[in-house]
Design a binder for this molecule. Structure first.
Ligand SMILES: [Zn+2]
Ligand SMILES: [Zn+2]
Length: 339
């Protein structure tokens, strides 16, 4: 079977005509399969939504309980047949509940990666290689400059700074779904046993992670207190909160930002980030290549990001490659960058 008969790009997203189903559609559709809860993938207003239970819970928490007409949850590896196509979800290692979608029909296997990473992350199931004929990948960090160090390395950098400046607060900008919780979990792993203070906008998703059994340590809301209360504290805020007077409530704050973009020094400077933390929930250049090779796919379709660079690399490896340039997918790690 031709892969395009199983899935092909449309303005609304990747479409499966046999099942009348879109993967991560950017407009309301009758039937959607959602890879994960980030807002550029998980939108409101679809008729029926198929996703992991965790992703459905995240969508309910962020969009509201009536985010879709009906929902169906799938466990990782569980198969469901729709219109003669068999769909299953497999861990993507990106955020809690994140999944790659495998669509199989007539012996042809097409995998939509959603967003993914290969680095260990204590807050979600590790990425699983799914052998396939066509691998549809993101390319957020598909340039050789992007190499992500381990999250532990970066968190130890943060702890060293806290030890060096005990009279200052460390205020870390981190995206509200996934990144903030990963930083919390990595702090626990690195032996930080004091409270971590979180901006109100981070609390709901953080509670949801904890309800799913993810160990995040002692998380407390930021409350009105004398500045000195937050000396030597670690505070987490959304990237956009860091651009507001909210940070002035902390003593001489060391502003930090956890993102793969922090590899680019100019980005950190532009945002006024004193301590850049290169922590990403996306695969870096090497891991994108490794993953493409691991899947054994002969054909690579690239949804968004540095698609041309990755397509060029694929062609050099003798793989068929196509940049889809799908519109509507942003990059959650870039949130607030415009401010
Ligand atoms: Zn994402
Ligand atoms: Zn995305």
């Amino acid at each position: 079977m031709q892969p395009a008969q199983i899935l092909h790009p449309r303005p609304e997203g990747l479409y499966c005509p046999k099942a009348d189903l879109y993967v991560d559609p950017t407009r309301p559709v009758a039937r959607a399969l959602i890879t994960h809860g980030h807002s550029d993938h998980a939108r409101a207003g679809h008729g029926a939504v198929l996703a992991t239970a965790e992703t459905l819970a995240i969508m309910g928490a962020r969009i509201g309980p009536d985010f879709a007409g009906s929902t169906q949850s799938l466990r990782y590896g569980e198969r469901v047949e729709i219109g003669g196509v068999t769909f299953s979800l497999h861990p993507a290692g990106h955020v809690l509940g994140s999944a790659q979608a495998l669509a199989e029909c007539g012996g042809t296997r097409v995998v939509v990666s959603g967003d993914y990473k290969r680095q260990p992350d204590p807050t979600c199931a590790p990425f699983e290689v799914v052998p396939c004929d066509v691998f549809i990948t993101e390319a957020t960090f598909a340039l050789p400059v992007f190499t992500h160090p381990s999250a532990e390395h970066e968190v130890r950098k943060l702890l060293a700074s806290v030890a060096m400046f005990p009279e200052r607060a460390h205020v870390v900008g981190a995206y509200a779904l996934g990144k903030a919780q990963r930083v919390m979990a990595e702090l626990v792993r690195c032996g930080w046993d004091k409270p971590v203070y979180a901006h109100g906008a981070l609390l709901e998703v953080t509670k949801l992670y904890q309800a799913h059994g993810v160990e995040l340590g002692d998380i407390r809301p930021v409350e009105t207190a004398p500045k000195s209360f937050y000396a030597d504290a670690i505070v987490l805020g959304t990237p956009s909160a860091l651009q507001t007077p909210w940070v002035r409530r902390f003593p001489d704050p060391v502003t930090c930002f956890a993102s793969g973009w922090m590899r680019i020094r100019a980005r950190a400077r532009q945002r006024g980030v004193e301590l850049p933390l290169v922590i990403s929930d996306h695969a870096d250049w090497c891991d994108l290549q490794r993953t493409i090779v691991d899947t054994g796919a002969g054909e690579i379709w690239i949804t968004h990001g540095e698609a041309d660079a990755l397509a060029h690399w694929c062609e050099g490896e003798g793989l068929k490659a196509k940049a889809l340039h799908l519109v509507g997918y942003g990059d959650e790690e870039n949130e607030g960058a415009a401010a």
